[in-house]
Design a protein around this ligand. Structure first.
Ligand code: SF4
Length: 258
């Protein structure tokens, strides 16, 4: 797959983020685009403490009342779930894939991560936390954020899901059509969350789709590493030449050997 929706901003800004091998839970795996086959040997010096990520995962399970959700987290979320995510208005955790070559969008089976892994190298994949339809007919996409920073409701990730579900819907593409995006912020020290809303026109999604296509074309034609704020949490950072200097060519190895 070309990228994951949750890290889409990084992939749009840095072609190397789609090529470089990445560290996943301490194991190095080849980059999403595997047709470039030589990189420097990874230097695994530290494995990030992922306690914060685990807390987010537990909150997402509790949000949808998943059978594997922990009773501790269910106790926190149960009394808020129907108010925040009314069951008559939408569905939780929906996998989607967007093909950058064709612009086609596909919805996958619920809770099937293997479906996302099997998508081709031109696909962006992700799982929308919540996709609904408001009583006025607007598509509504919500994203649950559990970190410290206040989230914005118009991130690249939410625009991506808005684009996908807009294209999957049968709404006519009229200039007056709007979509609602919301970010639900629930920090671990809060009893209940805050929610931030925005409304966007379908035209903004059309412009965003064009940006995606331009970024994808650049990724296909370049492997240049472009560092910046988007390097935060990049799983390739420990071997990235833009961050660690020009690689020593004598130590290059094949991706298959990683
Ligand atoms: S660390 Fe930064 S420059 Fe390097 S691959 Fe990741 S996003 Fe690109």
């Amino acid at each position: 797959m070309w990228a994951r929706a949750s890290s889409l901003d990084r992939h749009m800004q840095c072609p190397a983020a789609s090529y470089l091998p990445r560290d996943e839970d301490g194991a190095w795996v080849p980059g999403y685009l595997q047709d470039i086959n030589k990189f420097t040997a990874p230097n695994i010096e530290c494995i990030e403490d992922n306690i914060w990520a685990e807390w987010g995962t537990e909150m997402h399970l509790a949000k949808e009342n998943h059978k594997l959700a922990s009773p501790l987290f269910l106790a926190k979320v149960d009394s808020h779930r129907e108010r925040l995510w009314p069951s008559k208005l939408g569905r939780h955790e929906i996998p989607v894939a967007y093909n950058c070559r064709t612009g086609n969008v596909f919805e996958g089976p619920a809770h099937d991560n293997s479906w996302k892994r099997l998508r081709g190298p031109d696909d962006i994949t992700g799982t929308a936390d919540w996709i609904g339809r408001l009583p006025n007919g607007e598509i509504w996409v919500d994203d649950l954020k559990t970190g410290h920073n206040t989230p914005a409701p118009d991130t690249v990730q939410l625009l991506f899901y808005g684009l996908c579900f807009y294209k999957l819907s049968e709404l006519p593409k009229l200039p007056t059509k709007t979509i609602r995006l919301s970010a639900t912020h629930w920090r671990r020290d809060w009893d209940e969350p805050r929610r931030f809303w925005t409304q966007i026109q379908w035209k903004q999604l059309a412009e965003f789709e064009e940006q995606l296509r331009v970024a994808w074309l650049e990724v296909r034609s370049s492997s240049e590493a472009k560092s910046g704020l988007h390097c935060s949490y990049c799983p390739s950072v420990n071997i990235c030449p833009a961050v660690n200097g020009i690689p020593d060519l004598t130590s290059e190895i094949k991706v298959e050997q990683l």
